[in-house]
Design a protein around this ligand. Sequence first.
Ligand code: MRU
Length: 353
Amino acid sequence: MSTPEPIKWKNGSLYLLDQRKIPFEISYVKCVNYIDVAEAIEDMIVRGAPAIGIAAGYGVVLAAEGGICGVQSAIERLSKTRPTAVNLFWALKKMEEATASFLKATDCKYSSSESVEAKLKDYLLETANKIHQEEIQIENLIAFYGQRLLPERCNVLTHCNAGSLATGAVGTALGIIKMGKAMGKDVRVYCDETRPLLQGARLSAWELWMEGLDVTVICDNMAAFLMKKGGVDLVIVGADRIASNGDTANKIGTYNLALLCRHHGIPFYVAAPRSTIDMDLVDGEAIPIEERRPEEVRSFGGAKIFLDDISVWNPAFDITPNDMVSGIITEVGILEKPYKRSILEAASKSLCL
Ligand code: MRU
């Protein structure tokens, strides 16, 4: 069995796999305009850094019917959905650049005729498809480089979901694990359940199980004991934004794992496409961290677990300092410390396919 595609473009509409309902229901939400897409990102129907970027790209396509004004409004609205994953802003920038080059090529800046809007839509669709298709190639390369880090027999711990559901392709952290298995390695995976929204238990474990991997779910507070007992050879996680010095934002709880790895002498790897690296940020301090609704913490699996009167803090991501990261696995290879230098070099490399 394979994981259902999280993002599909069909007959002029965008269909998003409703990830809130997985693994108990497989259904798609149809988006017919950019507001539908923005709300789907906010509600986490679609989630995961690369997938958010891909969906936003298609959201801009849906706005092309409103011409350049429509595109502008879509870019503004979509950029306000979730602040941490830089792939969103990266994809929106690509869509804005595509709009600008369309205008330049057709010299139709002030026209509002229907045919121009239809042409703009086709042009933007090509760009959105390209973002989607490139992600597939990039992740195969990440998986190829990353699987080299897996010993012939190993226990890997991962956090949240950095798999097909988060990317539209094979996945980053999970893509590496899947490739390791495909190459005949004996890989056992532990998934942190990942409170509060349980992406590890609901999404990663399901995705890996469907693909025939040996997978075990643990609660987030069990990782230290598992490591102490020798149950983890390496940790691999994804990323939502990496600063130019290698400081990494990923799902809340990732930093805990990095600290535990340091204590137990276990390698801690981050896997991400270069579109996740924010060259404008000198370090992780400047990465905006999304804070989500208290209700997500107040309930578990839909049932309330404590009183509304008690306050909640719900940051969706944390920052792992670069010195705790053993390597950053990208589509151009595994980046090593010092990250300032290796990230800069990686940024200028062309893809080897
Ligand atoms: O809040 P989410 O589910 O969007 O968070 C997702 C993660 O933290 C992933 O690890 C990250 O986006 C990398 S996905 C390849």
